[in-house]
Design a protein around this ligand. Structure first.
Ligand SMILES: Nc1nc2c(ncn2[C@@H]2O[C@H](COP(=O)(O)OP(=O)(O)OP(=O)(O)O)[C@@H](O)[C@H]2O)c(=O)[nH]1
Ligand SMILES: [Mg+2]
Length: 302
């Protein structure tokens, strides 16, 4: 697992280590000038303004004169701090308790919702759980087809209606089917695109209400899918979705091939929303449970 996270983080790590390396190169002390440059590096690593400020004030407050005279202490300090930030919000995806356990996937178009559903369906199936997928993105015909294909690959049923139909109706059917069959996990796909963002949020709110009516207490997880390559834009999406519908966790996709993996820290620290899973490629098995330790190892490691 660590190996795969490390692989996916290679570009992020390269940028991070280059920045920190050149920052302390030839420096005699952790002084005001160094801290100013450090701020630039933290921001360019997509850690976000809030996290950057916290790291800098921590450095100012906690490093004594002796430690300040040794710039090589910087790495260890940052590593410990980042781990603390991420640990605080660590909360792995746990499917337990209610049956069926309902997971709703939300996020703007193209971030990887449907792909992530396929990956999760395979993961749960491999763990021996029964899974039903619900084609709640009725906005586009292609979205229903795409989910159907994932369902066939994984070998789990897909509950679908015609495109253009009311998403709440297919959700109601999906949950009824899961209850009748005693299915353990239901994963609901949703649209990322609507005529307006307001429409999208209202639609998602309505879907949540329908779920709670059909199966009180559901959805048990509302996972927001964010595309790591969009950097700080992902953070603002998280704010919007969280305010509008409330999310219980984030799936950060496309961590492979981007240098913007630091956004994981911004999401956890600025928004307090746990990153639960990370997407590390386009294949069905390319998903990993997020671990703060592995992430920090992957960021600093050799
Ligand atoms: N490299 C990489 N590509 C990914 C990952 N997850 C998804 N993708 C790709 O991102 C593209 C969009 O994925 P979808 O799953 O269709 O995204 P979506 O959010 O369902 O999009 P809409 O249905 O249009 O809202 C596809 O080409 C996927 O293969 C990932 O972890 N890594
Ligand atoms: Mg989709």
């Amino acid at each position: 697992m660590l190996r795969r996270i490390k692989g996916a983080l290679s570009k992020t790590r390269q940028r991070w280590r280059q920045g920190l390396g050149s920052l302390i190169h030839g420096k005699k002390a952790i002084d005001a000038d160094l801290l100013e440059h450090l701020e630039e590096i933290l921001l360019s690593a997509d850690l976000g303004v809030h996290t950057a400020q916290r790291l800098l004030s921590g450095l100012r407050d906690r490093l004594d004169r002796h430690e300040r005279a040794d710039p090589s202490r910087l790495n260890a300090f940052l590593k410990t701090e980042l781990l603390t930030f991420l640990k605080k919000n660590e909360s792995p995806l746990e499917v337990s308790g209610p049956v069926p356990f309902v997971v709703m996937m939300v996020g703007v178009n193209g971030v990887g919702k449907t792909t992530t559903i396929g990956k999760l369906a395979l993961k749960f199936s491999k763990e021996g759980r029964s899974v039903i997928l619900v084609a709640g993105d009725t906005f586009r015909a292609a979205a229903i087809e795409q989910l159907d294909i994932w369902g066939q690959r994984v070998g789990c049923p897909v509950i679908k209606h015609q495109s253009g139909s009311d998403p709440s109706a297919v959700i109601f059917d999906g949950l009824s089917a899961a209850k009748a069959r005693g299915t353990e996990v239901v994963i609901v796909d949703t649209a990322g695109r609507m005529h307006t963002k307001f429409n999208l949020m209202e639609e998602l709110k309505k879907m949540k209400r329908v779920m709670d009516k059909a199966l009180p207490g559901s959805p048990h997880e509302t996972l927001l899918v964010l595309d790591a390559t969009t950097g700080q834009n992902a953070v603002s999406q998280a704010k919007q979705f969280h305010e509008a519908i409330g999310v219980t966790g984030v799936v950060l996709t496309k961590l492979d091939g981007t240098a913007r993996g630091g956004v994981v820290v911004a999401i956890a620290e600025e928004l307090g929303i746990p990153v639960k899973l990370v997407g590390v490629g386009e294949g069905l098995e390319d998903i990993e449970v997020f671990s703060a330790e592995d992430f920090v190892e992957g960021l600093f490691g050799d």
